[in-house]
Design a protein around this ligand. Structure first.
Ligand SMILES: Cc1cc2nc3c(=O)[nH]c(=O)nc-3n(C[C@H](O)[C@H](O)[C@H](O)COP(=O)(O)OP(=O)(O)OC[C@H]3O[C@@H](n4cnc5c(N)ncnc54)[C@H](O)[C@@H]3O)c2cc1C
Length: 250
């Protein structure tokens, strides 16, 4: 949906195009080179490379941001007979989060009838280019047991936890120490011409439209007018917070 809307507003999307390098090329020009040898020039650039943020920004500027890629697992569990309807979207079951130890989240039964997605907000540190794509690290079973115990605590008797999850998918988080986003100008020789957004720490998708608006304002106007209007201090998301305190906003 977002891509279709962007195209309708004049964007050109070049999928499967890896940015390998970014350099300043004159006073107003940023030159981006791709892994397959193409070059793009523009006055401004917005970098949003998710779990690759730390790697790419280090290559470009030498600056190492504390954005840790984590290999995460998403589990689907079988709902016990008789509870399927009440745990579905139609049955009004909510998206939920349990902020205990461990942290658990889930969505109503929706994409696979009879199954429900419930996972832990955690993962294993990884290199996004050398990820072990086999589902689960060596200690998956221990972590899954922890999740099963937590599910029984939160919603006893509704999920087939004894049998374990029935389906697993792999995903990546890009975590900052304070789990707050990084949204800032890259600075240095790039000044305000390059804007960076990353480290969305497992809660970035829902803010996509707002963050997109803020990024476009930062790139075009040099400041996020929307953030000012809604009373958000963008310093909370600045890269400088880690210089003052390695744990950022904690
Ligand atoms: C299991 C799981 C559950 C989640 N649940 C939620 C939720 O309930 N709510 C919520 O709001 N968020 C959730 N999130 C988080 C959300 O998905 C992320 O915060 C969001 O997708 C981050 O967006 P992004 O644009 O920063 O990164 P991404 O969506 O990862 O996009 C980065 C893009 O950059 C590309 N890229 C990388 N390097 C290069 C390069 N050199 N050149 C060109 N392109 C490059 C990548 O291929 C990728 O397409 C969840 C994440 C996970 C893993």
């Amino acid at each position: 949906m977002f891509q279709s809307l962007a195209i309708r507003h004049g964007a050109t999307i070049r999928d499967r195009t890896e940015v390998a390098e970014m350099k300043r090329d004159g006073i107003d020009i940023i030159r981006v080179s791709t892994a397959d040898g193409r070059q793009f020039r523009g006055n401004k650039c917005v970098l949003t490379v998710g779990a690759w943020s730390r790697k790419l920004i280090k290559e470009i500027t030498g600056l190492e941001l504390p954005i840790q890629p984590l290999h995460a697992l998403v589990w689907y569990w079988k709902i016990k007979d008789g509870f399927e309807a009440s745990m579905s979207t139609a049955g009004g079951f909510p998206t939920f989060a349990f902020f205990g130890e461990p942290q658990l989240y889930g969505t109503p039964s929706m994409e696979f009838p009879g199954l429900i997605k419930i996972s832990l907000v955690s993962g294993w540190p990884c290199d996004p280019d050398r990820r072990d794509w086999t589902i689960g690290g060596g200690d998956e079973s221990a972590v899954k047991r922890q999740a099963a115990d937590c599910i029984e605590l939160v919603m006893p008797g509704r999920i087939e936890t004894a049998r374990g999850s029935v389906m697993t998918q792999a995903c990546m988080y890009s975590m900052t120490p304070d789990e707050d986003y990084v949204i800032d100008f890259l600075g240095g020789e790039f000044g305000k011409d390059v804007v960076v957004a990353g480290g969305f720490s497992g809660h970035g998708f829902k803010m996509g439209p707002l963050v997109g608006r803020i990024l476009s304002e930062m790139a075009i106007d040099g400041e996020a007018e929307t953030a000012v209007r809604i009373g958000v201090d963008m310093k909370v998301f600045g890269m400088g917070r880690f210089e003052e305190n390695p744990k950022g906003n904690v």
